[in-house]
Design a protein around this ligand. Structure first.
Ligand code: F6P
Length: 339
């Protein structure tokens, strides 16, 4: 399908859509800028005016709006973070805050909004579109890759590569000293980043919120595997693991196995930054264009996702209420690699 097919000449139609807003919300993710650029340029190509809202829902409430021309999104494709900045807004959680936000959109003659973010950001968009008559379309962007209805969220690929690069370096020290490293990876409710980075780094054990059995694997590794092989080890821990994160688990292991040389490394926000990987740039561009297409098509309250590399539209109420299940067979594969 060509871009011309995707965007038939709608100038003939008496169309409702003349000006759209785009903003980023929640935790930043590499590739958000690529999405802002794609939305802006696809909209301008279709004779729409574009406004950027700075600082997420908080900026919407405060009327922190900037007009965006095609040239304003030049040179940002390769940059991490978000040129529109982002925020978590407590004011937007109140009906008064949302009323103010709606008034700002109306005052600025915004007909529809593209929200780039994760779960919380789409929940806000869903609530607002139920309370007021304004269409929202969502672009999934979070390093957690935990949204239902899409195989992929913008930023995940870059974060995965950042984790792998960091753990490869930690492995050098672990090997040299014969140490056990507990490496904590982001993902407060989701273990996909931990799971795939663990496989990519050859981790001995991976602890994720979705599987309790992994703690038995850790016990086995500590009591048998490690001692027999007299080697080092990398244990990847998702921050949301219910036993309380890498620090707590390592503390317990130190007490139970005083003979082991245990260290902890919490990767933290290093995982959210950096220049987006090619895949994040390409997908952000595809999804950004599809978001504008959906608005031109009178769609609302949907997230644009990617399933089997194809663009899909998922209603917000499914995307935010259902869980993104992860393939636990991957844990079995990781166990096989330890033989
Ligand atoms: O972006 C999602 C996420 O990275 C989670 O995995 C993590 O728990 C959270 O953001 C931390 O966000 P913040 O530092 O903005 O509170």
């Amino acid at each position: 399908m060509t871009t011309k097919d995707m965007f038939p000449d709608v100038s003939e139609k008496k169309r409702k859509l003349q000006k759209i807003a785009v903003f980023t919300s929640g935790g930043d993710a590499p590739g958000m800028n690529a999405a802002i650029r794609a939305v802006t340029r696809a909209a301008i190509a279709n004779k729409l005016k574009v406004v950027g809202i700075r600082r997420g829902y908080q900026g919407m409430i405060e009327g922190d709006f900037i007009p965006l021309k095609a040239s304003d999104v030049s040179g940002i494709l390769q940059l991490g973070g978000t040129m529109l900045k982002t925020a978590r807004s407590s004011a937007f959680r109140t009906p008064e805050g949302r009323e103010l936000a709606y008034q700002q959109l109306k005052n600025n003659e915004i007909d529809a909004v593209v929200v780039i973010g994760g779960d919380g950001s789409f929940t806000g968009a869903l609530v607002m579109s139920q309370e007021f008559n304004i269409p929202f379309v969502g672009i999934p962007a979070t390093i957690d890759n935990d949204m239902y209805g899409t195989d992929y969220t913008i930023g995940y690929e870059t974060a995965l590569n950042s984790v792998v690069e960091a753990v490869d370096k930690i492995r050098d020290t672990a090997r040299s000293h014969g140490r056990i490293f507990f490496v904590e990876v982001m993902g407060h409710e989701a273990g996909l980043l931990a799971l795939n980075s663990g496989i990519a780094c050859g981790a001995e054990v991976i602890l994720i919120p979705e599987s309790k059995e992994q703690h038995e694997e850790l016990a086995k590794f500590l009591s048998k595997g490690y001692k027999n092989k007299e080697t080092s080890g990398i244990i990847i821990v998702a921050e949301g693991d219910e036993t309380g994160g890498a620090m707590k688990i390592a503390e317990k292991v130190r007490t139970e196995h005083p003979d082991l040389d245990v260290r902890v490394s919490i990767l933290g926000h290093i995982q959210r930054g950096g220049s987006p990987a090619a895949k994040d740039r390409v997908n952000a561009t595809r999804i950004g264009v599809a978001a504008v297409e959906a608005l031109l098509d009178d769609q609302k309250s949907i997230m644009i996702g990617l399933c089997n590399e194809k663009i899909v539209q998922v209603p917000f109420n499914k995307a935010v209420k259902l869980n993104h299940s992860i393939d636990l067979n991957l844990l079995e594969i990781q166990r096989l690699m330890n033989y």
